[in-house]
Design a protein around this ligand. Sequence first.
Ligand code: HEC
Length: 119
Amino acid sequence: MNIHKGHPFEKPFLGIHHIYANDHALLGLRDGHFADGAIPVFDQLESVTADKASVEGERVLLGVMRKDSERLGKTDGRGYEAWAKDSRNSRLVEDGGTACHACHTQQRGRDFVFSHWRD
Ligand code: HEC
């Protein structure tokens, strides 16, 4: 996805998004059921216009979701964390993932994940 100005998710998700997945999450992206240990990752980059093309700029944030039904009951078995820019220690989630989960709840029917596998 590439979110432009004026989109309802512009703040804070303006820019280019890549989605990565570990093996468990890959299976989930295909069938909509995510097993414990599934980790989808959201990589958000600035979208920069250069030579009449949109290209990746700096990283904005790296967001991670992890399914762990036993430890993360408060947020339906999902843990959330995000790191600012390229930092490995500047964490952005301060509420235990409640705000992240509030939006991802729209996708309850697909185990709280928005993305789909594209064949
Ligand atoms: C306002 C709604 C909203 C909020 C708040 C939100 N997300 Fe998301 N998230 C999305 C949407 C929509 C997508 C999928 C589409 C895209 O952006 O490419 C997504 C995708 C993801 C993905 C990839 C798996 C998936 O669901 O497709 C992860 C991981 C993720 N978000 C983590 C987080 C984290 C961590 C937070 C909190 C810091 C967060 N999200 C907050 C809307 C939201």
